[in-house]
Design a protein around this ligand. Structure first.
Ligand code: CP
Ligand code: NVA
Length: 309
């Protein structure tokens, strides 16, 4: 039974829960082992996985590559620019060709239709490694990280600061699927798309927009920041974005208005002293490097689910 992992709202809530629990289990099972030690059951034995990048990456690239190898599989990392895909070959043809060589495809791209078309024409599972609109693997790692530190995320209050971007969108999907409340604080030009907020609301989550960052974080269990200029944003807009988003910087003062044990997350890469201060990023409530590590564990569980192994 094969599954694509395209987005959190497109995946059954019970399956999402299963993926998180599986990730926690396999993480615990290999605690203390060297990084390249094989998992005992080798669920990806004899499998080949293609990792396609049309944008830069550190975490996604390394965590998928290491994860596949730990599970006994093999990887190839492909740059979109160097593929015929980047020179006019259709996505559909690329998907059909790759399906003859590999057992699974992970792709990081710009336009979300590249991902959905790849999934439509591939006969192997396709995984979303980030598009301009969403970043589901990141938020699976974030849910895992929250629950490791604070127990069930259901019913908790998550506050997103700054730009209502692709990572924020997947957080809203997760709010709906895992049953937590979500507050966005940022300028109105940067509000998350209505579609994402609507999904979470329809699933019963309380979704709030609060322009005052200090009010927004009251009672927060988790505060999240991300870059003010994403890979898909025009560099020419950088200064204007910075000027508008600066009031939403996560600093020690803002953190002091949340619950005393509120966690801080950032998917990274970060621009220190911009969207968040080093004082917060390296402070006692920050779990940013656990998040990065958990990309590995969450994605291993996602890949197993995709292949039904
Ligand atoms: N968080 C994240 O996806 O990082 P990379 O861009 O380094 O993959
Ligand atoms: N919002 C950021 C996330 C990077 C992992 C971007 O899309 O550039």
């Amino acid at each position: 039974d094969m599954n694509h992992f395209l987005d959190i709202h497109k995946t059954d809530a019970a399956d999402l829960r299963g993926i998180i629990d599986q990730a926690a289990q396999t993480k615990a099972a290999r605690a203390g082992k060297p990084k390249a030690a094989l998992d005992e059951d080798q669920p990806l034995k004899d499998r080949m996985v293609a990792l396609i990048f049309e944008k830069p990456s550190t975490r996604t690239r390394v965590s998928f590559d290491v994860g596949v190898r730990q599970m006994g599989g093999q990887t190839m990392v492909l740059s979109g620019k160097d593929m015929q895909l980047g020179h006019g070959e259709t996505i559909a043809d690329t998907a059909r060709v790759l399906s003859r060589y590999v057992d699974m495809i992970m792709i990081r791209t710009f336009d979300e239709t590249v991902l959905t078309e790849m999934a439509e024409y591939a006969s192997v599972p396709v995984i979303n490694g980030l598009t301009d609109r969403t970043h589901p693997c990141q938020i699976m790692a974030d849910v895992l990280t929250f629950e490791e530190h604070r127990g069930p995320i259901k019913g908790k209050k998550v506050v997103w600061t700054g730009d209502g971007n692709n990572v924020c969108a997947s957080f809203l999907h997760a709010a709906g699927q895992f049953g937590f409340d979500f507050t966005f604080t940022g300028p109105s030009q940067f509000d998350p798309e209505e579609e994402f907020m609507g999904f979470a609301r329809k699933k019963g989550s309380k979704v709030v927009i609060e322009r005052d960052a200090f009010k927004a974080v009251e009672g927060a269990d988790l505060i999240v920041a991300d870059t003010w200029v994403s890979m898909h944003d025009a560099q020419s807009a950088k200064e204007r974005r910075h000027n508008m988003l600066r009031p939403y910087q996560v600093n020690a003062e803002l953190m002091s208005h949340a619950k005393p044990d509120a966690l801080f997350m950032h998917c990274l890469p970060a621009h220190r002293e911009e969207e968040a201060t080093s004082e917060v990023m390296d402070g006692p409530n920050s779990v940013i490097f656990d998040e990065a590590e958990n990309r590995l564990h969450a994605q291993k569980a996602i890949m197993r689910w995709c292949l039904g192994t």
